[in-house]
Design a protein around this ligand. Sequence first.
Ligand SMILES: [Zn+2]
Length: 244
Amino acid sequence: MFEIECPACGAAGRAPKQKIQTRLVCKKCLKVFYVTPSGKTVLGEPPATGQTATGVSPGRAQPDRTQKVDQWFDRASKRLFSPTSLILTVGLMLAVAAVYFSVWRPESLDYRVAQAARAAVQGDRRTIQELAATGSGDAVDAWYLSIRPKCDELLQRLGSNKLIVETTVTLQDPGRQWADVVARVSIEEGLERKGNVLPDASIVEIPASQPFSLPMAWKVDGMAGWRLDGGRTRELSKPAPAAP
Ligand SMILES: [Zn+2]
């Protein structure tokens, strides 16, 4: 016996060795196929070589032969309920569930803050809007417009350099449902110097452009995960009152 697969629909089955080069009919999709001596399944009638075990001209369906094929496909369907198949099925379901949950899992706060800061500097208003928490779209837009001047200034100096966003959480509730953060945005310059192996602090280049800080307020917005809280972000962005 050897394992074969219907070349048309992929239904698995087994056949005895003498079935090589004979006409087989898939019980599932009713396509005619045959098995080559090397074990490959090929759609269509077997070649008329006259070397079939029974010497019957190939290409003509023999009722008894079709019956045998039916039997091995019956066996094939029983094999679907074997312990091995069951383990494979459960494993496949777990894999699908894992993919589903990894897709669903909300992005981390750090990731969202960096995404928002980059979008702000690069003038990507649309992404900023997408990051707004439910009901705070207008406030987020107002915040976006209020930070444009310093974002544009940085963007002009960015060129082909990399934008760096460092996030500091300044306040977070214990339930991790909201967080106040400060995103420090700067331009990475003198990249080649970073490859220097000498742990010499003097080698680190001071960026030519001044980094700036963007205070933001974030909250968990249900399934959407971390989203910008427009109202609170605007509060945080107001200049601090002068010290008494
Ligand atoms: Zn088939």
